[in-house]
Write a protein that binds this ligand. Sequence first.
Ligand code: EPZ
Length: 422
Amino acid sequence: MTESIRIVGGNPLQGVIQIRGAKNAALPLMTAALLTDETLTLTNVPHLTDIQTMAELLEQHGVHINHTAGSYAYELKAQTIINTTASYDLVCKMRASILVLGPLVARCGQARVSLPGGCAIGTRPVDIHLSGLKQLGAQIELSEGYINASAPKGLTGAKITMPLVSVTATENLMMAGTLAKGETHLINAAREPEVVDLANCLIAMGAKITGAGTDTIIIEGVSRLHKATYAVLPDRIETGTYAMAAVITGGDLELTHTSLALIPSIASTLQQAGIIIQETPNGMRVKSSGSSILGVDVMTEPYPGFATDLQAQIMAVMTICRGASMITETIFENRFMHVQELCRMGANITVHHSSALVRGVPYLSGAQVMATDLRASVCLVLAGLAAKGETTISRIYHLDRGYENLEEKFRNCGANIERIAA
Ligand code: EPZ
């Protein structure tokens, strides 16, 4: 059943929102279970459709997953891997499926993984993943839309310089390196907190990894990994999203079970825009200063720069700023699909190549809009919360991939928001 979200905007959000575990940490952490025949127990795993999709994928590889409905804990045990193929119908549902490639080759010496298609935000090739695995000694052959990787004698450590900072390529190659013979150096590695979280979990499983969080990660291969219990770190994108919800509605929100340290660039951007952000023992409090939002320029960059996954959200905030904001997207080539939808709500935005000039308008007006990808859809929710009148957002299945009980959390803070059959 297709669903929409209906919002009547104008209510400042007031209250407390608990932040859950990071989707983009939980997904690679789940694939790490493939690296051992013992149990990996993960806690603080968010309830998201992407997590369910990953669980389905791992189960068809032979991973036994014990998860009590409603709980945030998962026990994953890959005692025997019965299938090293990740088929197109699963991979095309979620690009992060590519994260089984490194672990399968490392554990089983082979893998047949569908090439993830392009997606709404860009072509998103996986060449860095594949060239890295080749440097670790895997044979890689592409046929019929599949990656056929084999390393019958196992992988051998190598010095790999990645031409671009890639989060999942860093994660795939770090996992592959844990069971390779000898030492692997990942140079120009991604520094995202989710990469550090994965490294810390692998270390708890017996891997020898140093440098995670810097641009050079060194992995000394070991013969096997063992069981571990690990808590997924808080979701910095969820944190930034809800912080911006407080800002755009002129509200006052306390975000718990998270940390200001996870969103350095977002916090400084919001503070430049005149927003008050107070650190609390368990997270932060975000409130508007009462005067209007000041226009601030934003450029997305790899961590610790401004996260591309928060670009659509900050654009929604800047549509009602005093002045203007130049927003430049440097990571993906097509991540402005939300611009036209925001313009239908009265925003004044012009796009020139990878930059969008947002000229502040006094207010947005509710309209019928359509979600195109996960983060664009939440940007439209933020816009709807602030707009005068009623907004309905269609294709909200995108939202459920990355945000747990979003409407309920906003309703509990005073929003007039509900999910309706489309
Ligand atoms: C991760 O995707 C995240 N997904 C994305 O979040 C996030 O937007 C992105 O990192 C950037 O931070 C997960 O962690 C599951 P990249 P990933 O490889 O790893 C190019 C969300 O909304 N590239 O860091 O796929 C690529 O095209 C999602 O939660 C290559 O050219 O992104 C892009 O331009 C969306 N070749 C740039 O690098 C490669 O082999 C960065 O992409 C790999 C990437």
